[in-house]
Design a protein around this ligand. Structure first.
Ligand code: SF4
Ligand code: SF4
Ligand code: SF4
Length: 268
């Protein structure tokens, strides 16, 4: 926002810059994260006042415009068509934001990645697969196709997290992306660890950032923010052994949101 006066006009020419043009696109997803955006209520109105929302797949059947500045993508990439769309969005948008577990880790669609290409025939029968299925490819997060500038993690996303990240995309931010696992936040919340009761909790290896929300509410973390780059899977498995949690349960639980994560693949 440098070079603007208090009314948002350029201090030199007095012109008001055009608001950033934003498009919101859904790929393979339940659209739950787009619904979360609608829950932003007054915050959303504040943000919408600063942007030109050119296209929102959930709210309009208008075609997507050619020109925009920020692309928000929900959902995993599961077809050649969606892969091409993501590449086209990346080529045109100055900033690209992936929202939700489906877009950031392949999430729930990623669970089906084993044997994925044979599934349409299993469901519809040989020669009966509808064209609407598209040219299917193994589910992958948006970051496996193009560079992603910002991510909003969780299933579903937290509405205020989205507003925060959108603001950062619009106006810049020097905030570092968090990579630590969740246990530090959990300890600061002074919550008892589930492992002490012999109960599995994936906070041990999951990317921090939600404030260990589920644990605070009395429920173990199921890993919806995705595997942390700092996660020590070998150490986590050893902890399972120490606390009487079957290691197979830990590995199976991780597949819910991390099935396509190469780190998991290498560690199994
Ligand atoms: S992350 Fe969860 S809520 Fe969001 S689109 Fe995927 S399944 Fe739906
Ligand atoms: S494993 Fe779960 S309950 Fe235990 S400290 Fe980590 S986040 Fe908290
Ligand atoms: S505690 Fe775990 S499951 Fe719950 S919101 Fe955070 S990352 Fe997702």
């Amino acid at each position: 926002m440098g070079g603007l006066n208090m009314s948002g006009r350029c201090i030199a020419c007095e012109e008001k810059p055009a608001p950033p043009r934003v498009v919101v696109v859904g790929l393979a997803s339940c659209f739950g994260c787009q619904l979360q955006i609608t829950n932003a209520e007054s915050h959303l109105l504040d943000v919408l006042g600063q942007i030109d929302l050119r296209y929102w797949q959930l709210a309009s059947s208008d075609p997507m415009p050619e020109d925009f500045d920020v692309a928000v993508i929900e959902g995993a990439v599961t077809t050649e068509e969606s892969e091409n769309l993501v590449r086209a969005l990346r080529a045109r948008a100055a900033k690209l934001i992936a929202i939700g577990a489906c877009a950031t880790t392949a999430g729930i669609p990623g669970m089906a990645s084993v044997g994925f290409l044979s599934r349409p025939v299993e469901v519809y029968g040989e020669g009966q697969v509808p064209a609407a299925c598209g040219e299917m490819i193994s589910p992958r997060p948006v970051s496996a196709v193009v560079d992603v500038d910002y991510e909003v993690r969780c299933c579903p996303i937290d509405t205020l997290d989205f507003v925060d990240v959108l603001q950062a995309a619009l106006f810049g931010s020097n905030r570092m992306r968090r990579t630590a696992t969740m246990c530090g936040d959990c300890k600061r919340n002074e919550t008892n660890c589930f492992f002490g009761e012999g109960t599995l909790c994936l906070g041990l290896v999951t990317t921090a950032g939600c404030g260990a929300r589920c644990v605070s509410l009395g429920r173990p973390c199921n890993g919806c923010r995705g595997l942390s780059p700092d996660a020590n899977l070998a150490s986590a498995r050893a902890a399972c052994g120490r606390y009487g949690v079957p290691v197979e349960d830990f590995d199976r639980a991780l597949e819910l949101f991390n099935q396509t994560d190469p780190a998991l693949e290498g560690a199994r």
